[in-house]
Design a protein around this ligand. Sequence first.
Ligand code: ADP
Ligand code: MG
Length: 454
Amino acid sequence: IWSEAIQGLQPRLGAQTYDLWIRPLELRQVQGQRLLLTAPNRFMKEWFENHYRDVVLDELRARTAQDYHIEIDISAAAEASPSATAAEPRAEPEPPPPPLPPLPALPPIGLSSRYRFSNFIKGSSNELAASAAWSVAQDPGARFNPFFIYGGVGLGKTHLLHAIGHHIHVHRPHLRIVYQSAERFMNEFISAVRFNQFDQFRARYREQCDVLLIDDIQFIAGRDRTMDEFFHVFNALYEAEKQIVVTADRMPGDMQGMEDRLISRLNWGLVADIKAPDLETRVAILKQKADVDRIDLPDDVALHLATHVRSNVRELEGSLVRVSTFAALKNRPLSREFVSEALGVSAAPAQPAPISIESVQKVVASHFSVRIADLKGPRRHQGISRPRMIAMYLSRQLTGASFPEIGLRFGGKDHSTVINACKRIESIQSEDSELRETVAALRQLLAHEPAHAA
Ligand code: ADP
Ligand code: MG
């Protein structure tokens, strides 16, 4: 049923999309209406879930009149990704069995030099977090302690955390940096307890550490003993004025199951969030990535890709890599059309062109058969003043222009005239269903008016 369904989808999605996103998924198991699939990596899994899962479920429903569920895990061969461990039971008492060798020595282990400040693109979405991270890296322990970065997945938290560690390591090599995911912190803690290495553990985190970088602290929420231990580590370091940087997927207070005293400490210093990047930032990130990977990425293609992949940076970068690899394999240029086919999106710009005051005037004038010059003119005749008021009202509603600006564009009228017009139309509309319909129809027309750019 799976292979029939996905083959049925091939014409609908187009061969590119199909080859790129659907074919690589492997059906592993069928349990009643549950289909278990394996994706080659996390990016493919997420992309499928966000973009194609519903289409496939629809197709299955159409063929079988039954509702299916699709679950996807990531092929074991893929990168060791954090989500591979997500299925781990939340309960903490059972420690992972394989006995660890004595804790490995700790230069800044696990810090990737791929993640630097120099290749972190700043934008309004991450401005505060990035500047504060820079300042922490310049002068660890001096300001913003603790420094807490939070935001959704794939938005650059880990990148900034590594950048801080890397910078400190290069500029102050004598400082001992400990970088750890909260998950590894927990695992180490558990095995330290189990194998009687607690002294070592304590020494590493409390005494031999000048900068503590902990990624994804939300992981330890609800794990009481680990939270407790982290609390003590925090206090020891904080009192010794050591820098502490912590990331999480949400604000301290929003982490369910996190101890209050820990939440309060995490809030002591600076809390900065990272949001999803805006379009300009996404384009800049793509261009940088293309540069590094030597991908020839024309500006319009970068814009196109950035317009359609907006969820997070990891997905953005992943889509560039895949689409460009695929173009190379197919020996086709990386064009808007190719990207559209590959992503299964329309080649047209996704965002409607902004509506201009001119186009409002044009549409309203032609609807009421009056001249644009009359809309802008002084005549108060009902047959003209009514359309004029409607045009002012729609300008205000649809173009985002201010009252004075609208007044100006209607032949230099005072902004109070515009305000009155808007109020009038609003109040008439509330009683007059005919006018309401007219206004709705005009809105529709404007939404589809091709020549907004007028
Ligand atoms: P998070 O830890 O928030 O889930 P990551 O730090 O792992 O996200 O970022 C995911 C990917 O996106 C990484 O490859 C990272 O280098 C890249 N990235 C995120 N934000 C930026 C940015 N502002 N500039 C450049 N690359 C970025
Ligand atoms: Mg991360």
